[in-house]
Design a protein around this ligand. Structure first.
Ligand code: G4P
Length: 529
């Protein structure tokens, strides 16, 4: 099969939203269109139910679902679509950030009534920083919500996105009549039937024709004409190059639950969304069309069976063709590995694949050799960039609660950190270990998994840290840096890679430290060069 043809027909993307905006529902409807599932309800929500913080069964259930829904691949109109699942729960935000390193574009789902919410802001910011092309889908139009213009404004203000609507709602909530598809120039009437798979669209060549009045009534037609005129005046026309450069963001309206506006979104998506793109490595820019295979690990999932400690490493293919049973270089370890049963993922199953192409995700069985961020190649020493650690938000000392099991504890912590469950720091002063997490939930996950998978017990102790900052001195030999290390001795630690980290106990300390030591840069992400 022709490599460039395979690359061109792939679209790998993620759906991001604040919990409850409708990400799971939209994913499911996209799969229905792709024929990957037959009925609604087949995709399990990987949401952690509210109030489930101490329910371990819930955590395990969630882990099970999250492996099943990590990648959902399907074909639609000759295009191979890979949806990468991103947990909406904020305690797993880091997992989502890492997954975003493996997508080529993103769809942002926004609830018409709630507008832009906190989690949306954070995730969109990450996408904006990485210049990932984004399409916005405003969901739940069958409910009363904010005015379309107000929402477009809010998206521009709060998310900093330059929007251009590619569809426009006709009424809303009780009065919701349908949408006018600016992209395809047709009207799609709403029937409110959630079981309907294919919608009927009526082509409108001229929006000023009486046809529109006959369809939606004169008052609605007049309103729509005015609104469309206004959009044309306010928003720039769609420009694909700008969208691909993440400088313009098309917006669609619909109702995922009612399967409304979803086909329009998908049809436009496959036309405009980017196929796999070149990726920067520490050494050079790598293009998908290159003959030699290369890829990187963006996610590691532990096996659900505690007796078998093997794991599944998810690799995004960046260039060339990946082949089963071919030896590939694990760059960090300097060793070759062969994979006899690489998995590809489909909506409800996984399958062993003989070959995969750029944009695809393969799941490789691993007995502890991989870490997040590792690069695999056909032989070249490449190191992919762009999987940084972010400063955790919670910090606790971890103590061994069973001295007979210290080896097991060490191994368990080591492997859980490789999986990216949390971050481990070691204090310079006394060698004590500190676990940093994005959410408090992870501490329970770690304790539970250490006990059930590694037979080790741990306890935690509070530690007052506001932020972990990766330290970059302008000159490591300068008096200023030596003074910094001396004064802040108690607050210095190293991360798992041995990089120096400063623990600031408050925003005030951080600010004062930055003022006092202007030539020592403090970064809130681990990758800053
Ligand atoms: P998430 O993955 O972003 O967290 O959201 P999810 O799809 O689970 O949707 C959250 C809730 O919003 C669900 O209701 C879902 O049915 C509903 N929903 C999604 N799209 C629409 C829509 O277009 N219109 C309306 N009216 N509701 C929508 P739930 O009651 O929380 O769950 P369920 O019992 O229906 O599964």
């Amino acid at each position: 099969m022709n490599l460039s043809k395979e690359i061109k027909r792939r679209r790998t993307f993620g759906i991001i939203s604040h919990p409850d905006a409708g990400k799971t529902t939209l994913t499911e409807k996209l799969l229905l269109f792709g024929g990957a599932i037959q009925e609604a309800g087949a995709v399990k929500s990987n949401k952690i139910k509210k109030g489930a913080t101490s329910d371990f069964m819930e955590i395990e259930r969630q882990r099970g679902i999250s492996v099943a829904t990590s990648v959902l691949a399907f074909e639609y109109k000759g295009i191979k679509i890979n949806i990468l699942d991103t947990p909406g729960h904020k305690d797993f935000a880091e997992d989502t950030f890492r997954t975003l390193t493996a997508v080529d574009s993103v769809i942002v789902v926004i609830d018409v009534a709630k507008g832009v919410e906190e989690q949306t802001e954070k995730l969109v910011e990450v996408c904006r920083m990485r210049k990932i092309p984004m399409i916005v889908f405003i969901n739940k139009l069958d409910r009363e919500g904010k005015d379309a213009f107000e929402l477009l404004d809010e998206i521009e203000q709060k998310l900093g996105l330059a929007v251009t609507p590619l569809s426009f709602p006709i009424g809303m909530g009780y009065d919701f009549k349908g949408i006018y598809n600016i992209w395809e120039k047709n009207v799609n009437l709403f029937s409110g039937d959630s079981k309907k798979n294919i919608e009927e669209t009526i082509e409108i060549k001229d929006i000023n024709s009486n046809e529109l009045d006959d369809l939606i009534g004169s008052a609605s037609a007049k309103n729509l004409r005015e609104e469309l005129e206004l959009t044309q005046g306010v928003y720039p026309a769609f420009n694909r190059d700008e969208y691909l450069a993440a400088a313009q963001h098309p917006v669609f309206f619909g109702s995922a639950l009612n399967n409304f506006g979803v086909r329009e979104l998908l049809d436009c998506f496959i036309q405009i969304a980017p196929p796999p793109r070149p990726k920067e490595s520490a050494e050079r820019l790598v293009k998908p069309e290159e003959n030699d295979f290369s890829g990187f690990v963006f996610k590691i999932h532990a096996n659900m069976d505690p007796k078998h400690r093997d794991r599944l490493a998810f690799v995004k293919i960046v260039s060339g063709k990946f082949e089963r049973n071919k030896p590939y270089l694990h760059v960090r370890q300097g060793k070759n590995f062969k994979f006899s049963s690489p998995n590809a993922f489909f909506a409800e199953r996984k399958e062993i694949v003989d070959e995969s192409y750029p944009g695809d995700i393969v799941g490789l069985h691993d007995t502890g050799n991989f870490k997040i961020g590792d690069t695999l190649t056909a032989g070249e020493e490449l190191h992919y960039k762009g999987i940084p650690s972010f400063s955790p938000e919670h910090f606790r000392y971890i103590n061994n609660a069973d001295p007979m099991k210290s080896k097991q504890l060490e191994k368990g912590i080591d492997q859980l950190m490789d999986e990216g469950v949390a971050q481990l720091f070691t204090l310079e002063l006394n060698g004590r270990k500190v676990i940093g997490t994005v959410g408090a939930l992870q501490y329970e996950v770690i304790q539970y998994r250490l006990e059930h998978e590694y037979g080790a017990k741990c306890t935690y102790e509070p530690l007052n840290v506001f932020k972990a900052c990766w330290v970059e001195p302008n000159d490591p030999k300068s008096e200023e840096f030596k003074e910094f290390l001396r004064v802040k001795q108690k607050y210095m630690a190293t991360d798992k890679k041995g990089q120096l980290v400063f623990f600031a106990d408050s925003p005030f300390t951080l600010q004062m430290t930055e003022q006092k030591f202007p030539n020592v840069k403090l970064h809130s992400v681990s990758e800053f060069k």
